[in-house]
Design a protein around this ligand. Structure first.
Ligand code: ZOZ
Ligand code: NAD
Length: 711
């Protein structure tokens, strides 16, 4: 325990150093250590001021998130709460200074707010990201932050959870000073100097809880809270914690401090025990777990990626080139014709300009990024690239031909990646003399925005190519998830039954608008039919044509989207699909679609009936779950939480539900199986329960706890 927090005295200043790698979380032992340090220094005559600093790469990244599960499962944490530490720092008779580098997040920032002063390196970031875990600040941050930064800034930080830079924090009064220099030694020296000066000064050291100057009037507070709530309802739709955080921050104005912190604590506990918080904490760890590949240890050597080359400047190739440029990696972009190349580059330029207008990049950053992309119709420079990414049309013959060409030109040891969304990566790899270097890098559209990268491991893919791809995902600011090589991999393979059931429901009598509404209300970014319109209904039609094995004879197949395509209704690109679209992309129901559905039902003997919202939800979401169970059993995903990450980051599955597999665990696998069995009895073939679902339901198990290795 002692080793988690160290103390020393330097130039009459007591330094408390938190040393709990990797991120100095406030695990058991840390609060105790800080408390003991403060108490010892307060009575140490050599000491005139106290500095709190973190060892290693950061200050304090917040509470130890693993502890939350212990609290909610009843294994309560012992030792002093964080609030006791915050009070000890604030009530200390000697001035206390938080010296921040890396991150001061969550409980870390709350501890810093207990100090009389906060200073930081320029590179530091501070934030209250608790809402991203479905909770709110629980160590009085919602009451101190408005006193430091003003109510509007506190609302933004506590409700949205995004961190801010040291410069911004200084501007808003959260920091008292930004320390010159870049290294930990600069910070430490600056902090000891700063503390020495305030220790010598005769001025009183204000306690943040007593500072009222930045609090606004109740009327203004009501207005600010209303505006913040309207914003989070839009940008964090369905999330409960942001609204609760707003409520808590509002209390800083409407209640005295002592009552405000009491209310904060009640709301914190309500959030902590909510299913949303369990789901979001599940996803936090799931995202990090996904980086761990059992047979590819962390120390597997990676191939350095300093130069990239992309084939195809269409929808995906252009976006992929932007990902590399955004990461500072020069990239060559090859097309077949000058015309296609110019079209691709025009789209890239337009996307960058749009980002610049939205303030995401400066004009200078846009110039730098564009300069990193070399458009060409030749193979120039492909021989020097460390990675070649293929993003040509989805056609096996073409992909093989292209890979033969890449094989002839790429340098030895280059990673050869395909962005195919369904095709067999092994078959593509066979077209080369080096299948060990071939891997799938399945980006999602728009590739420069969507966070997910499915990394598809072929039979012969080398381990260092897997390790390199996982590392590269991080460099490209993507969430990389390793998946197996099967039709549609993990994401699209599951999406297929999900969208199939949505079509069946429409053919059985559910209104398209109701199908989309139910999923939207569940929290999905878009309903399944609206998604089809966005992606293009012709894509699904082509997949159904090119993969006839998906629909063996005698098995019901979805008819609606093929029929829509026959009418030229390809979705948003033709302004008509499941809906019609206005010039402003507004969506409208269309009687032509209703008539078409009636026709399909009548011609194919499909009985139409009234369909409940519950049935819509079960038919679509349990279709995901049943297929997910098969994928898991086949080892196409390493663990169920990987599937959850894929759905949260690639398919707009509501993060506060934790992903489809976690959602199924919460519903209870016995209940899920009961529904799947009923659907099987009613609808046959497609609903045959996955063996793993049956097994786990019988055992009282869950996907989250199941491990293929142990099975
Ligand atoms: O890890 C990034 C991050 O954002 N971490 C989470 C920060 C956060 O959300 N802090 C707020 C926590 S909630 C809180 O603080 C509320 C509170 O105090 C309530 C107090 C009241 C209690 C009353 C009780 C009744 C960060 C930006 C920090 C670093 O990113 P990197 O990409 O550099 O590193 P990662 O994300 O790969 O992380 C490295 C390893 O550290 C683990 N980890 C990170 N933050 C943690 C944490 N483990 C526990 N607690 C945390 N706060 C992370 O899982 C990863 O582990 P490995 O095993 O995968 O290496
Ligand atoms: P697209 O039609 O927009 O672009 C393909 C581009 O490749 C065209 O510009 C074409 O001129 C070019 N091309 C064809 N042959 C070429 C060659 N020999 N050399 C160089 N360029 C060549 O298609 P897209 O949507 O970008 O899809 C590309 C790949 O990405 C496909 O495999 C697709 O399945 C996959 N994918 C697409 C999406 C999506 O949402 N569009 C998502 C994930 C993956």
């Amino acid at each position: 325990m002692a080793s988690l927090v160290r103390t020393s005295v330097e130039a009459g200043v007591g330094v408390i150093t938190v040393d709990n790698p990797p991120v100095n979380a406030l695990s058991p032992g840390v609060p105790e250590g800080i408390l003991a340090g403060v108490e010892a220094f307060v009575s140490d005559e050599r000491v005139r001021a106290i500095v709190l600093i973190g060892a290693g790469r950061t200050f304090i990244a917040g509470a130890d998130i693993k502890e939350f599960g212990k609290i909610t499962s009843g294994k309560k944490r012992r030792g002093p709460g964080l609030v006791t530490v915050v009070h000890a720092l604030e009530d200390s008779l000697k001035p206390t200074v938080a010296a921040i580098h890396g991150f001061a997040f969550g409980g870390g920032l709350e501890v810093a707010q207990g100090c009389h002063y906060r200073i930081a390196l320029e590179s530091a970031r501070v934030g209250q990201p608790e809402v991203k875990l479905g909770i709110i600040p629980g160590a009085q941050g919602t009451q101190r932050l408005p006193r430091l930064a003003g109510v509007a800034k506190a609302l933004e930080m506590c409700a949205l959870g995004d961190p801010i830079s040291a410069a911004e924090a200084h501007r808003f009064g959260i920091l008292d000073a930004v320390v010159p220099g870049a290294g930990h030694d600069d910070l430490r020296a600056g902090a000891v100097r700063f503390a020495g000066e305030v220790g010598d000064s005769k001025e009183t050291h204000a306690k943040v809880r007593e500072r009222e100057g930045k609090l606004c009037s109740p009327d203004e507070c009501r207005q600010l809270c209303g505006a913040a709530a309207a914003k989070v309802r839009k940008v964090r739709r369905g999330h409960a914690a942001p609204l609760r955080a707003i409520e808590a921050v509002g209390c800083s104005v409407t209640m005295p401090f002592a009552e405000g912190v009491k209310r904060e604590s009640e709301i914190f506990r309500e959030c902590l025990f909510s299913t949303q918080s369990k789901a979001l904490i599940h996803l936090f760890f799931a995202e990090r777990q996904a980086r761990k590949i059992p047979d590819v240890p962390k120390d597997t050597p990676v191939r350095p990626i300093r130069a990239a080359a992309v084939l195809g400047a269409g929808t995906m190739g252009g976006g992929i080139a932007m990902c590399y440029a955004n990461a500072g990696i020069p990239v060559r972009l090859k097309e077949v014709t000058q015309e296609a190349l110019e079209r691709g580059m025009a789209t890239i330029r337009m996307n960058y300009e749009r980002s610049a207008k939205r303030g995401r990049f400066t004009a200078e950053q846009v110039r730098e990024r564009l300069a990193l992309i070399t458009p060409q119709t030749t193979w120039d420079g492909f021989g020097e690239a460390d990675i070649v990414v293929e993003a040509v049309f989805e056609n096996m013959a073409l992909k093989k031909e292209v890979f033969r060409e890449i094989d002839a030109i790429a340098r030895k040891g280059a990673v050869l990646a395909t962005n195919t969304s369904t095709l067999d990566v092994d078959e593509i790899a066979q077209a080369t003399s080096r299948p060990q270097d071939v891997i799938g890098h399945h980006f999602f559209s728009p590739a420069n925005i969507m966070r997910l990268l499915e990394i598809v491991r072929g039979k012969r893919t080398a381990k260092d190519v897997v390790a390199t791809s996982m590392m590269l995902a991080k460099t490209l600011r993507k969430v990389g998830v390793l998946v197996g090589n099967c039709h549609g991999f993990v994401g699209n393979r599951m999406f297929h039954p999900y969208r199939r059931e949505a079509q069946f429901l429409a053919e059985e009598g559910a209104r398209p608008v109701d199908i989309d509404r139910v999923l939207y209300e569940f929290g999905a970014a878009m309903g399944p039919l609206a998604v089809g319109d966005l992606a293009g209904l012709d894509i699904g039609m082509r997949v159904r044509k090119e993969a006839p094995h998906l629909y063996p004879p005698g098995v019901r197949r979805p008819l609606a989207e093929d029929a829509l395509c026959e009418l030229g209704r390809y979705g948003q690109k033709t302004k008509k699909g499941w809906y019609t679209y206005g010039d402003d992309r507004s969506r409208h129901e269309d009687p032509e679609v209703d008539a078409l559905l009636l026709e399909i039902s009548a011609a194919n003997g499909i009985e139409r009936r009234s369909i409940s919202d519950d049935e819509i939800l079960e038919r679509t979401v349990f279709a995901l779950v049943n297929e997910g169970a098969r994928i898991l059993e086949e080892g196409m995903a390493l663990r169920s939480s990987d599937i959850d990450v894929i759905y949260a980051y690639g398919y707009g599955f509501p993060p506060f539900r934790g992903g489809p597999m976690f959602y199924a665990d919460l519903v209870g696998l016995d209940r899920v199986l009961d529904s799947v069995r009923i659907l099987h009895a009613d609808h046959g073939h497609w609903w045959k329960p996955a063996p793993l679902l049956e097994q786990l339901a019988a055992e009282g198990g869950s996907f989250s706890k199941w491990s293929a290795a142990a099975a």
